[in-house]
Ligand binder design. Structure first.
Ligand code: ATR
Length: 273
């Protein structure tokens, strides 16, 4: 029987996941269907119950349900436990397993696709919301020299830094305190770019920076990437590789086969102009 998967979110029309997973299934010869589901804002659990009852094997979870998915699961990975958020679930009889592949996908894109090892690097991440939470532990696992978390609301960055404190060198910072500090790589994990806004990052953070990475995908040259380019940063990237790699991780988790991602990344890439 053909196995059934889906992505659930609200809104969901914009999701690229069905297209990516259909391509992965074709590439690897896996017999599956992958749909998109708009979950009612106050009806996430009932929608997932119904999907499971109909024999569904797994779900990806996108905004605003990542925290609810973590709470819904019977078994959560260490990453989900620490971040409180899940972006994938697997249904195995009565077990509901939850994982979060966003951060792993990001790290794989940076270290493998962009060939930029994070070990020993000074890393700055802007933002302390869901996207930053997902990236925290996978970043620290790469053993950067230091990971600095800057956020408008400082308390959120402090809370996140304390979650990672056991796993590596991480500290919080206000934007103003970043002035005069330098980094090898800067990640924008805020949602500012979705509204064409620029986080208040001092340009001096880019003076020794060789990679600026926008986690948002498909927005072209965002204000953050434009600032980095104007400050002399040579390599710019957006989240297209992260999106594709997190999908590949989920696919591997569900199906036990790892699809090649290069063609999909090329197909989804929107020029940074
Ligand atoms: P997501 O799941 O996309 O990370 P979120 O959890 O709502 O969304 O978090 C949004 C992040 O973007 C937060 O870190 C937010 O900063 P605050 O915690 O101070 O609100 C950050 N953010 C959004 N717009 C921003 C802007 N214009 N400048 C700086 N940071 C911004």
């Amino acid at each position: 029987m053909t196995d059934s998967y889906a992505v659930i979110g609200n809104p969901i029309a914009q999701s690229k996941s069905p297209m990516i997973h259909a391509a992965f299934a074709e590439l690897t010869g896996q017999d599956l269907v992958y749909d998109k589901m708009e979950g009612p804002i106050n009806g996430f659990e009932a929608a997932v119950d119904a999907f499971r009852a109909a024999g569904g094997k797994g779900l990806n979870i996108t905004a605003p349900f990542k925290l609810k998915a973590a709470a819904y699961a019977t078994h959560v990975s260490e990453r989900v436990k620490l971040s409180g958020a899940a972006n994938a679930m697997k249904f195995d009889d009565e077990q509901i397993l939850a994982e979060n592949f966003d951060g792993i996908g990001l790290v794989r894109d940076v270290t493998h696709n962009l060939n930029f090892p994070l070990k020993g690097k000074r890393v700055l991440m802007l933002g302390a919301g869901g996207a930053a939470r997902g990236a925290l532990l996978p970043f620290l696992a790469e053993q950067p020299a230091e990971l600095v978390l800057a956020n408008r609301t400082l308390q959120r960055a402090m809370d996140l830094a304390s979650i990672g404190a056991q796993q590596g060198r991480v500290r919080s910072s206000s934007y103003a305190e970043l002035a005069g500090q330098t980094f090898d790589v800067v990640f924008n994990a805020t949602s500012a770019s979705l509204r064409g806004e620029l986080p208040p990052v001092p340009v001096t953070v880019f003076s020794k920076c060789t990679l600026a990475y926008e986690l948002a995908y498909g927005k072209g040259l965002t204000p953050f990437l434009r600032l980095a380019a104007n400050s002399g940063v040579r390599q710019l990237a957006d989240g297209v590789g992260m999106l594709t790699e997190q999908a590949a991780e989920a696919f591997f988790w569900w199906r036990g086969v790892r699809p090649d991602t290069a063609r999909m990344i090329a197909q989804l890439t929107v020029p940074l102009a």
